[in-house]
Design a protein around this ligand. Structure first.
Ligand code: GDP
Ligand code: MG
Length: 431
């Protein structure tokens, strides 16, 4: 169901105009996708209200086109909705896993162990599940497959004692992961055992293993575990096989506990640290959301136009961009030409040089839809690229051609200027 978020983003990218109707439609699509994914209705409302409000009121950031602007808002609000992930530092620690039977604790114990072993920690696992007869063999087998130290007592029925013994045996290990028993429900017997194990083990992290397939029920379950023993983080399993994963995400947010990892398959390798930014990017189907954010930052700190550098270097569309940015400070280009020595010998088409506010904006939007390569080497912009750029920026091929014409004229001017007396620039910029 969360797949539908990608479609919403695609709709933004493809739309001819960005207006209120589009924003409303997109917000509806997002609402539908989140509700279908079992995200709590209150969260859905919070997230969609925020997107709508910002999309309709905030000014488009410099350097972004209106489409990118909306996508950025969607991204940011979803990220805010998910909250921060829990990052477990790579140092000597103990982790205790709790959760209902079948939630994926034993599998996740092995996954975690491999994760930390791969990061260079001496890692061991402990089977403290005396409830399920096969638990011992299951974990031992998994541990052996990955060369991970294992401790368990096959015949014992005393989980607390096992943990006590394990900790003595495993003193030299950096990371100790304790797999515990689950039940079909959170009964008193299970709670008591968890509390006792936690007392003996004194874990740095008590992590709740939540099956994503239970959807909205995750919230009740997580709350109950949190009240019973106090949870430091959540691991969501079986994210691969369900359309209801939003329920577990929502549950974490509701009780205010960060998500640490996500299980995405039965194999030990199907496991990843929960990185909210990467996660949301993937939900939106944009590996390049990072590029988008970087673009905003780049524009934000874009250096002011240095007239000297401006005249000397190779002249690309990037310079036009800077030029437009600087124009408000420097005054129109036409004024600059008036400062040039007489007989400069360049006929400048008034139409081309007339730079209205509106045209400035349009040119910037067009350039925002160009690739870095096109900006640096405008020669490669052929008619098919022109078409793509026009669609991407919501302008027409004529508009793009006009910009290119403007660029060529300016480039010509620059070339002539460079031929003038070297070293000393023949003109003064008015302050
Ligand atoms: P436990 O009772 O909590 O220890 O649960 P187990 O670790 O024994 O897992 C129960 C079932 O869920 C097993 O069949 C696992 O292979 C499966 N499982 C665990 N994690 C995942 C996951 O991330 N994705 C999928 N598809 N299956 C998983
Ligand atoms: Mg188990």
């Amino acid at each position: 169901a969360l797949e539908a978020l990608k479609e919403a983003v695609r709709k933004i990218t493809r739309s001819a105009t960005v207006d209120k109707a589009l924003v409303e439609e997109i917000v509806k699509d997002i609402q539908r996708a989140l509700i279908k994914a079992d995200v709590n209705v209150r969260h859905v409302k919070e997230i969609s209200d925020a997107i709508k409000k910002r999309a309709l009121s905030e000014e488009v950031l410099e350097g972004l086109n209106p489409r990118e602007h909306i996508i950025k808002i969607v991204y940011e609000e979803l990220l805010k909705g998910i909250g921060e992930g829990l990052e477990i530092p790579l140092k000597k620690s103990k982790i205790m896993l709790v959760g209902l039977q079948g939630s994926g604790k034993t599998t996740t114990t092995a996954k975690l162990a491999k994760y930390f072993k791969d990061k260079g920690l001496r890692t061991a696992v402990v089977c403290a599940d005396t409830w399920r007869p096969a638990a011992y063999d299951q974990l031992k087998q998994l541990a052996e497959n990955y060369g991970i130290a294992f401790y368990g007592e096959r015949e014992s029925k005393d989980a607390v004692k096992i943990v006590e013994n394990a900790l003595k045996k495993l003193k030299d290990y950096d990371m100790i992961i304790i797999d515990t028993a689950g039940r079909h429900a959170l009964e008193k017997e299970l709670i008591d055992e968890m509390i006792e194990i936690a007392k003996v083990a004194n874990p740095d992290y008590k992590l709740l293993v939540l099956d994503a397939a239970i959807g909205q029920l995750a919230s009740k379950q997580a709350k109950a575990f949190h009240e019973a023993i106090g949870i430091d983080g959540i691991i969501i399993t079986k994210f691969d096989g369900t359309a209801k994963g939003g329920g577990a995400l929502s549950a974490a947010r509701e009780i205010g506990i960060p998500i640490a990892f996500i299980g995405t398959g039965e194999k030990v390798e199907d496991f990843e640290r929960f990185d909210p930014a990467g996660f949301v990017s993937r939900l939106l189907g944009m590996g390049d959301i990072k590029a988008l954010i970087e673009k905003v930052e780049r524009v934000a700190k874009q250096e002011e136009l240095d007239p000297e550098k401006f005249l000397k270097g190779t002249f690309t569309l990037k310079d036009i961009y800077k030029q437009i940015e600087a124009m408000q400070k420097m005054g129109p280009i036409k004024k600059i030409f008036e400062l040039l020595p007489f007989g400069f010998g360049l006929k400048v088409d008034d139409n081309i040089m007339e730079m209205t506010q509106e045209k400035m904006k349009k040119f910037k939007v067009i350039m925002d839809s160009m690739t870095e390569e096109e900006l640096l080497n405008p020669k490669i912009i052929d008619s098919s690229r022109i078409r793509r750029i026009a669609i991407g920026s919501g302008t027409t091929p004529q508009d793009v051609k006009e910009l290119l014409r403007y660029y060529r004229t300016m480039k010509n001017v620059m070339k002539k200027m460079k031929k003038l007396e070297k070293g000393k620039l023949p003109l003064k910029f008015k302050k």
